[in-house]
Design a protein. Structure first.
Length: 52
């Protein structure tokens, strides 16, 4: 005899996300983002040293 497998409801409850679909938005190189953050940190340190 075969046993029937009982499964609960779908985990996503019908909300499926397709990750291969392009949703738009800005495309930035991660190195550019890190460079901008590093530049802001350096500017903050320099301004703190100059104004103290």
């Amino acid at each position: 005899m075969k046993r029937r497998r009982m499964e609960g409801p779908a985990g996503g409850a019908g909300l499926i996300r397709y990750f291969d679909v392009d949703e738009g938005g800005p495309k930035l190189d991660p190195r550019l983002v890190i460079s901008i953050v590093a530049a802001i940190i350096i500017l903050e340190i320099i301004s703190t040293l100059l104004l103290s």
